[in-house]
Design a protein around this ligand. Structure first.
Ligand SMILES: C[S@@+](CC[C@H](N)C(=O)[O-])C[C@H]1O[C@@H](n2cnc3c(N)ncnc32)[C@H](O)[C@@H]1O
Length: 318
């Protein structure tokens, strides 16, 4: 695309756009985003990439009182029991291929609107992080790392073989004590990619104000690629959305990836309840978000307003 084609494109700052990010990003000017932190749908089998709020609510409601399910994550992560015949694997594979095609559509647009050196951090499930990473690379991004966000929790999911056999009436079920179909999931993957530099780091930083990571922690230690011991999410942080990320974690990632500069815009094309946007605002960045689900827009705007009021009344905290 040449400069003339781009001239009619417009980016309103400190706003969340309602719509499909694949279409909305087409209206943004190229080379305008300094950093993207995002958490797209994880391709849970019932939801694929098409997020349906009513289906999410229905499933969340169904497991609300369960003692074994993770309450705020929708059921359907591919770990449940059930028939595993050739048809199941074929459907699963087709779902993955469909997801990869869809990822390519948004990663292509994201690449166009990022500045040279811009870091992009994408959360995903351990099963499907590679699918997103390959789409990002196919669009032109260069992979820098895969961060581990260590949650120090994680309830065992999947099939408990002993319990299953007990239910089926097997006398020797206890022989299978401790055997499950999946590990306890204690970490989340965050792939970090970067739009190619202009020749080298220093030339890029001078031109686009991004490119290197802040690696010194408050206690003087060097930041590793494992993010842990960060403040846990408070229950009050759920904001009627089932996949809210902890604000402290997102602030730490932004602070690590992008220097504060008047021209550095933080972006989230899958805003959800707006955690990335609130974190960016509290760190002093301009931000832009997109969210397809109309119901979430008032939640995002309310969180942004509340955080702005906190900043005004406690400026030293931020
Ligand atoms: C996993 S949630 C993000 C949650 C967010 N990290 C938070 O802390 O609240 C993904 C969000 O992407 C939205 N979404 C799904 N497809 C989209 C699309 N094509 N364009 C924009 N938003 C989309 C969903 O409605 C959902 O709110």
């Amino acid at each position: 695309m040449n400069q003339e084609e781009d001239i009619n494109k417009n980016l309103e700052l400190n706003k969340v756009y309602l719509g499909n990010c694949i279409e909305v990003m087409k209206t943004f000017p190229q080379n305008s985003i300094a950093c993207c932190i995002t958490d797209p749908p994880y391709n849970y089998e019932f939801i694929g990439h098409k997020w349906s709020d009513s289906e999410v609510q229905r499933r969340t409601e169904r497991v609300k009182d369960s003692k074994t399910m993770v309450k705020n994550i929708p059921y359907g992560s591919g770990l449940a029991g059930g028939v595993r015949n050739a048809r199941w694997y074929e459907r699963n594979r087709n779902n993955d291929l469909d997801y990869m095609k869809w990822c390519q559509l948004w990663t292509d647009q994201l690449f166009r609107i990022c500045k040279a050196g811009a870091p992009v951090a994408v959360f995903n499930s351990n099963r499907s992080i590679a699918h997103v990473q390959i789409a990002l690379e196919n669009s032109g991004f260069y992979t820098r790392d895969v961060l581990v966000y260590r949650r120090n929790s994680g309830i065992p999911r999947g099939l408990n073989l002993e319990k299953k056999l007990e239910k089926m009436g097997h006398q020797d079920a206890s022989k299978w004590n401790g055997w499950h179909s999946a590990f306890r999931n204690e970490w989340e993957a965050v792939v970090i990619v970067q739009k190619p530099l202009i020749n080298n780091y220093w030339e890029t930083i001078q031109k686009t104000h991004v490119g290197v990571f802040k690696t010194v922690n408050n206690d003087g230690s060097f930041q590793s690629n494992i993010f842990e011991n960060l403040s846990k999410k408070d229950k009050s942080e759920n904001y009627s959305h089932c996949t809210v990320k902890p604000l402290g974690l997102i602030k730490k990632i932004i602070d690590t990836l992008v220097p504060v500069h008047e021209k550095n815009i933080v972006f989230d094309p899958f805003s959800g309840s707006g955690t990335t946007l609130v974190a960016a605002q509290e760190l002093g960045f301009d931000y832009v978000g997109i969210e397809i689900e109309e119901n979430y827009i008032p939640i995002i705007n309310q969180r942004l307003d509340e955080s702005k009021n906190n900043i005004l009344s406690n400026p030293t905290l931020f």
